[in-house]
Design a protein around this ligand. Structure first.
Ligand SMILES: [Zn+2]
Length: 402
């Protein structure tokens, strides 16, 4: 099967994950794709195909060169719930430049001036939506590319390669894709998630991430008799926020610049709560940001009385760069593969996290490769056919023994 045939088959299934669910998988609908992929793996002849009780799917291709490393390839099956995940009406078109009318009836147009990534796709074939749903290229493009690679390898028994370990996870979009991943059973020396954008980009630097809850315990009293008595938790919360550096926020930062992001502020005079996320690529600056929060809370507690401010800091994930640096050949291998396929690769810092970052700290070093999918998490998502085909070639080079 061609990579685009697989892709269209997979995006037809709604696999939206569900943030509000505590169970794993978070939505029952993810099983349909997992079962389809399991069947396809078995039909292709992969070994030890296993779909576990939490919708994690594993399959293996034994080594033809036992001296070569065991390499893992990982993608996620779920899609984000920010926009509808079905019914998807994908359309293949040859892109000649300019705007793309996605839906004439509803007047939905993807404008070239809004999406600079379109400029690199002139003369290529794109798969787009009808403007009412996402496409699901994030990450079914990755799934399709890995499955197409497997089909190729199984059809070419003369090819020299180490053990190939394939893993498809649920619930990546709600930050839980790595939670129950069986790193030991997977048995790879290192791995790649195939879950990025441009085919020529490699990602192995992500944010260090923490969350902060600031609980403000105020004192409410009738405003008419409040002098020297009231401690208005809302006002105190604003005072806390006002002491953070005003430019270290998402709206003012890019590249390697970190931030504090206030994502919730609610309360009354008596009690208020501010919720933040803290992000920085640099481990030392990340620690400083958390320390700054602690010192602001301490200062304000001195000013307003002990336990007025309660700060709860929790680390979420760390920059995988420090783990990847222990195995630099993992990046070299990917760069060489991209160059061998005629690309001019770039390493790009991620302003977020990946499952690969979590897996890297669980013992499986796991940078992220591109898929040829663009504008994920929205109705303007599209996939570039030629880039998807290129990624299959890149994966062939990556798994091939030296
Ligand atoms: Zn993804």
């Amino acid at each position: 099967m061609k990579v685009e045939e697989r892709f269209l088959r997979y995006v037809a299934l709604d696999t939206t994950s569900d943030e509000s669910s505590e169970s794993c998988p978070s939505s029952e609908r993810q099983w349909a794709l997992a079962k389809l992929l399991k069947q396809e793996m078995e039909e292709l002849g992969l070994s030890q195909v296993r779909l576990d009780a939490h919708c994690y799917l594993y399959g293996f291709i034994p080594a033809t060169d036992p001296a070569a490393p065991a390499i893992g390839l990982i993608a996620h099956m779920d899609t984000v719930d920010a926009v509808p995940g079905s019914p998807i009406h994908p359309r293949l078109l040859r892109y000649e430049g300019g705007d793309i009318e996605l839906n004439a009836e509803k007047g939905i147009v993807m404008k070239a001036k809004d999406f600079s990534c379109l400029s690199r796709c002139v003369g290529k074939d794109l798969i787009v939506t009808d403007g009412t749903t996402l496409l699901g290229a994030d990450d079914k493009a990755g799934v399709a590319e890995i499955m197409t690679l497997c089909e190729y390898v199984m059809a070419h028994p003369d090819m020299r390669h180490g053990k190939i370990c394939v893993g498809f996870t649920p619930d990546e979009e709600i930050g839980r894709g790595a939670d129950l991943f069986d790193v030991t059973g997977f048995g790879a020396d290192f791995a790649y998630t195939v879950d990025g954008g441009s085919a020529d980009e490699i990602e192995y630097e992500n944010f260090n991430a923490a969350s902060a809850r600031v609980l403000v315990h105020g004192f409410s009293i009738h405003p008419g008799s409040a002098k020297n008595k009231m401690r208005n938790a809302l006002r105190l919360g604003m005072e806390f926020h006002g002491m953070l550096p005003p430019n270290e926020i998402p709206e003012c930062t890019e590249g390697y610049e970190g931030f504090y992001h206030l994502n919730s502020f609610r309360g009354e005079e008596q009690e208020a709560e501010l919720r933040y996320i803290i992000r920085d690529h640099d481990r030392a600056k990340f620690a400083q940001k958390k320390e700054r929060m602690r010192s602001i809370a301490a200062y304000l507690n001195e000013k307003y009385g002990e336990n007025t401010f309660e700060l709860i800091l929790k680390d979420s994930y760390y920059n995988m760069k420090e783990k990847v640096q222990e195995k630099p050949y993992v990046i070299t291998r990917a760069l060489d593969a991209l160059r061998a396929c005629g690309m001019n690769p770039a390493c790009v810092p991620i302003r977020g996290g990946t499952d690969g970052a979590r897996l890297s700290f669980m013992g499986l070093v796991c940078p992220n490769l591109g898929t040829g999918g663009y504008n994920g998490h929205g109705i303007f998502e599209f996939a570039c056919l030629q880039e998807m085909q290129s990624m299959v070639e890149v994966l062939k080079k990556i798994v091939a023994a030296d």
